[in-house]
Write a protein that binds this ligand. Structure first.
Ligand code: FAD
Length: 397
């Protein structure tokens, strides 16, 4: 038997259910990544993606396999490769954005036509979206705290072993991702490096400091959070493997649960990136391109807001506390549309994803899941609490 493994944002070999499943069910496995040009991935994420693919290729080769890389429509390319290698099955990790759901539907139909067995695997979240639903009715949790309780009491799947050997069909060879996809210059001068090897190195280096997380995660200059979000976004690190890592404080698991929470919100409300989630949410935004540009450039004159926006431009990442302040300033102080803020973040953030970016923006703008939608983060007060000596502001001025 031969299976094509269509890789998406599950770019790892550890706790990779689709890879493990494909290797368990088929003698030969053809790992394939297809870059869809219609997605137009911005520079920072493109660079990180290329680094992740290069690292994954090495890990696959190390186990006797390789990685095929194509550019085009993922469904058409998967079928093309499946025909070329004489595959009888396709494996893919299930995902929840509108784009991913459409891809899954089209892949299902194409596989039926081609008589290929399609198998979907978990792996993007700790608990699959839809696996816990409120006993009080409805198809998803709208409020975080009850979800957090249900999430903790849920029986999670076990982690899967990394296949020791991956066998390609005879005559099939892999591709250098850079040769197929071209180089990606990126936009930010000092970003994090992509790939599973780097993800695991960072986790190992951060774990001894994890106990300080509950007290220090909001400390802006202390920069004591794990900075694993880009690795979770591209699946360089399994969120489940991370969640079952010993030594993580509950406060950290709670943040991982927020990530799952927004994924189940997106699964139930695919328009999270374009429409207010909360029924009846008032949306009266100003049109002020100059104010928007000043915010984007970190030139509002409000020190903490500007520092956050400059960190974003420099690193393709921003501290969560600064994300809250900059987003609140754009929507609640300037009165500008959260969609414009989310689009700017999506352009620069390496970790930007449809669920977390839009879910958090809507939360801050008061159109989403916050039970106190009128809440506003005062930059002055936040500076006093989380950057009292002005160190973070100085760093980014
Ligand atoms: P840690 O504090 O170490 O947390 C561990 C992990 O938990 C993170 O890597 C992340 O996967 C998850 N997490 C933490 N906080 C949140 C949260 N509020 N919502 C969802 N997951 C969370 N996060 C993204 O991954 N992608 C985004 O596009 C994104 N956009 C955001 C936009 C706004 C306006 C705001 C306020 C927050 C946004 N976040 C987003 C959430 C959060 O800011 C980042 O996940 C966090 O800063 C990443 O840094 P870290 O890995 O050091 O986090």
């Amino acid at each position: 038997k031969t299976a094509v493994l269509l890789l998406t944002r599950d770019l790892r070999v550890h706790d990779q259910p689709a890879l493990a499943g494909a290797c368990a069910n088929a003698e030969h496995v053809v790992p394939l990544f297809v870059a869809d040009p219609s997605l137009d991935v911005p520079g920072n994420r493109r660079r990180f993606l290329l680094e992740s693919l290069g690292d994954l290729r090495e890990a696959l080769r190390h186990r006797g396999g390789d990685l095929l890389v194509r550019s085009g429509d993922p469904v058409a390319e998967t079928i093309r490769v499946a025909r070329a290698v004489g595959a009888d099955g396709v494996a893919v990790t299930a995902d929840v954005s509108a784009y991913a759901l459409r891809r899954q539907e089209r892949l299902t139909r194409a596989c039926e036509r081609e008589r290929l067995a399609l198998k979907l695997f978990p792996g993007v979240t700790v608990v699959p979206p839809g696996a816990v639903i409120p006993s009080t009715g409805g198809d998803h949790y709208k409020v975080f705290t009850p979800y957090w309780r249900a999430w903790q009491s849920q029986r999670w799947r076990g982690t899967v072993a990394t296949p020791r050997r991956i066998r390609l069909p005879e005559g099939v060879t892999g591709d250098d991702p850079r040769r197929v996809l071209g180089d990606a210059p990126g936009e930010s001068p000092s970003p994090m490096r992509g790939g599973e090897t780097e993800a695991r190195r960072r986790l190992k280096a951060w774990l001894p400091h994890a106990a300080a997380y509950p007290d220090r995660h909001d400390d802006l200059p202390g920069d004591a959070t794990s900075r694993l979000s880009p690795y979770l976004h591209f699946g360089n690190l399994s969120p489940l493997e991370l969640a079952v890592t010993g030594g993580l404080p509950e406060a950290y698991l709670r943040q991982l649960c927020w990530r799952d929470f927004y994924h189940q919100v997106l699964a139930a409300f695919p328009k999270l990136g374009s429409q207010a989630y909360r029924p009846g949410a008032e949306e009266r935004w100003k049109d002020d391109p100059k104010a928007l540009q000043a915010w984007q450039a970190g030139q509002t004159g409000v020190p903490l807001v500007d520092a956050g926006m400059r960190q974003l431009a420099a690193e393709g990442w921003m501290h969560n506390r600064a994300r809250l302040v900059t987003a609140s300033y754009l929507t609640k102080t300037l009165g500008l549309d959260w969609r414009d803020g989310a689009a700017w973040f999506a352009r620069l953030l390496i970790d930007a994803d449809v669920a977390n970016n839009n879910g958090n923006w809507q939360w801050v703008a008061g159109t989403g899941n916050d039970t106190k939608p009128y809440r506003r983060f005062s930059p002055q007060r936040q500076t006093e609490r989380f950057d009292p000596d002005g160190e973070y502001i100085r760093r980014w001025t």
